[in-house]
Design a protein around this ligand. Structure first.
Ligand code: BTN
Length: 112
């Protein structure tokens, strides 16, 4: 079976904000791992949260719920050798209680 997107597991990735993604399985297209946020300007730092998602022929996505922050982020990207550029959307509740979104992009680099 050809899997155009390869994501070997276990693998360990770091993004340009210093956040860490550890993928412990990528079986049958399903991704399971942990994500630890270290990005400046964001809350819920230094805590490993479960990450889950899927990988297919054209790309991958994964979602992390930051339980203590009442927020979650979805990344959608593509592996390209040891790089994984991914755009993200952070869903959170603002200080007035309004559900809100923030978007951005990260580049993950494979460390091992
Ligand atoms: C929050 O502040 O509500 C939880 C932490 C969010 C961290 C975001 S997820 C997208 C971006 N990339 C990172 O590595 N960290 C921030």
């Amino acid at each position: 079976e050809v899997m155009a997107q390869e994501l070997s597991a276990p693998s360990y990735w770091k993004n340009e904000r210093g956040s860490e993604l550890f993928i412990w399985s990528a079986n049958n297209g399903a991704i399971q791992g942990t994500f630890t946020n270290h990005a400046q300007g964001f809350a819920c730092q230094g805590i490993p949260y479960p990450a889950s998602g899927a990988i297919g022929p054209t790309g991958l996505y994964f979602v992390v719920t930051f339980a203590q922050c009442n927020s979650f982020t979805r990344w959608v990207g593509k592996t390209n050798g040891s790089q994984m550029p991914a755009s993200w959307m952070l869903f959170y509740v603002d200080k007035n209680g309004k559900p809100s979104k923030l978007k951005g992009a990260d580049i993950f680099t494979r460390v091992w």
